[in-house]
Design a protein around this ligand. Structure first.
Ligand SMILES: Cc1ncc(COP(=O)(O)O)c(C=O)c1O
Length: 445
């Protein structure tokens, strides 16, 4: 259990907010697939004197003095990343996933160059060329799509790649419940001379734990956040594969230069230490079992939801996440479900479904099992969670989300009032709290 005694003496306001967040996490359940609970060791590594140190540059090549220890740390963490993923090069300095992806563009593209990524409404990330992201303003984005059944449309991908000759093809995404077929992407990228960049932010822990194929043999570059299934602190890494170095012997050095001086200043050494701890934990045999259970739980949750009459994009999941298609009960219901579930302490997030006409009022709900699995939950608990989600859905059937903006505002206001007054939600919140008490958050025990 974290006590924060010195913080409490020095800044009771911040201390109170940290305690409130601990309480929210302890009494509720994170079902957002991009979130997880780090180990107490990872959290301890984050709050150290490494936070005070500047270390612009790379091990042995720093712009500041006093970095002999930082050099050892960064080299250790690079070595762990290389060993865990089986690659010859790792940059562990990106501040987070979006800057890591940005660095890939800076390293490999000229302004305006064509690039291809999965369209955001279909599950791609903002940084893969979504029209409102700077990546689509600085480079020419040609999005590709999923088929209505949730699989990749490789006919479209091959056609667009031949027509536009992109510099980069991104594969991976934020809301893709099925395995990424890296070899099929590689065939297309190799044919048109594009760099294949696998963004494994969501599935890095499953790759490390042997539950998802590794992109190493197929991609030239791999980017990943460290805080999702990999269960580390917020941060990111860029990995260069042997295939990447064979295509461009300078690729690793281009990535280094894109990070600094291209985009960033001093690396966050405390985060790098936390990433090191997470990589060490992910290399342990228990992590393989964790990854296996994450997928088992996602499949159990999928089956229970389907049994309760829900429709899932692609009909199920191969990984840690599922995407519920709420359109059978009406359009734009993602926010209704998200807010109602939040009210009872179940944290999921509204999400677009493939070809969703309204990305800002989406018709899907994204759920994931990494955090619940970290707390020790299994298939029986997934059944319980599915029952609560079903009850919430059934309790909302009398509300529809109008097309008209003013009418919609009024409906959402009334819904928000109802969330605070309807005892249905208060009663369910108590049940969720009692349930969560049996599955402690590792750092809060
Ligand atoms: C596939 C993918 N790439 C990149 C990112 C960006 O990571 P960050 O939020 O750390 O910038 C995310 C975050 O959700 C992601 O899902």
């Amino acid at each position: 259990m974290m006590h924060y005694d010195r913080l409490a003496a020095s800044d009771p306001d911040v201390r109170a907010l940290i305690s409130a967040e601990d309480e929210r996490q302890r009494t509720g359940l994170e079902l957002i697939p991009s979130e997880n609970h780090t180990s107490p060791a990872v959290l301890e590594a984050l709050a150290t004197t490494f936070s005070d140190k500047y270390a612009e540059g790379y091990p042995g090549r720093r712009y500041y003095s006093g970095n002999a220890v930082a050099d050892k740390l960064e080299t250790l963490v690079q070595d762990r990343a290389k060993a865990l993923f089986g690659v010859p090069y790792a940059n562990v300095q990106p501040y987070s996933g979006s800057p890591a992806n940005f660095a890939v563009y800076v390293a490999t593209c000229e302004p305006g160059d064509p690039i291809m990524g999965l369209d955001l409404p279909d599950g791609g990330h903002l940084t893969h060329g979504w029209k409102f992201s700077a990546t689509a303003k600085l480079w020419t984005s040609i999005p590709y799509h999923l088929k209505p059944d949730g699989s990749f449309d490789f006919d479209e991908i091959a056609r667009l790649a031949k027509e536009h000759r992109p510099k980069i093809i991104w594969c991976g995404g934020t809301a893709v419940p099925r395995a990424i077929p890296f070899a099929e992407f590689a065939t297309i990228a190799d044919e048109v001379g594009a760099l294949l960049v696998a963004d494994i932010s969501h599935i890095a822990g499953l790759v490390a734990g042997g539950q998802h194929e590794s992109p190493v043999a197929h991609a030239h570059l791999i980017t990943t956040t460290t805080h999702k299934t990999l269960r580390g602190p917020r941060g990111a890494m860029i990995l260069v594969t042997e295939k990447g170095l064979a295509k461009d012997a300078d690729l690793a050095s281009k990535i280094d230069k894109a990070i600094i001086p291209g985009l960033q200043g001093g690396p966050h050494l405390n985060t790098i230490s936390g990433i090191g701890v997470a990589l060490h934990e992910a290399a342990a045999p228990e992590f393989k079992e964790y990854a296996r259970r994450v997928v088992e739980n996602a499949q159990a949750l999928s089956s229970s939801l389907i049994a309760h009459g829900f429709t899932l994009i692609s009909g199920g999941t191969d990984n840690h996440l599922l995407l519920v298609d709420l359109r059978p009960t009406g359009m734009g219901r993602g926010k209704l479900m998200q807010d109602a579930l939040e009210r009872v302490g179940l944290y999921a997030n509204m999400n677009t479904v493939p070809q969703d006409p309204h990305p800002l009022r989406p018709s899907g709900l994204r759920l994931g099992t990494p955090a619940a699995t970290t707390r020790g939950m299994g298939p029986n608990e997934m059944e319980r969670i599915a029952e609560w989600i079903t009850k919430v859905r059934d309790h909302l059937t009398d509300i529809q989300v109008p097309e008209d903006k003013e009418e919609r505002k009024a409906v959402m206001r009334a819904f928000s009032d109802r969330l605070s007054t309807d005892t249905f939600y208060a009663d369910m919140k108590k049940d969720v709290e009692a349930f969560c008490a049996g599955f402690p958050v590792p750092a809060l025990t």
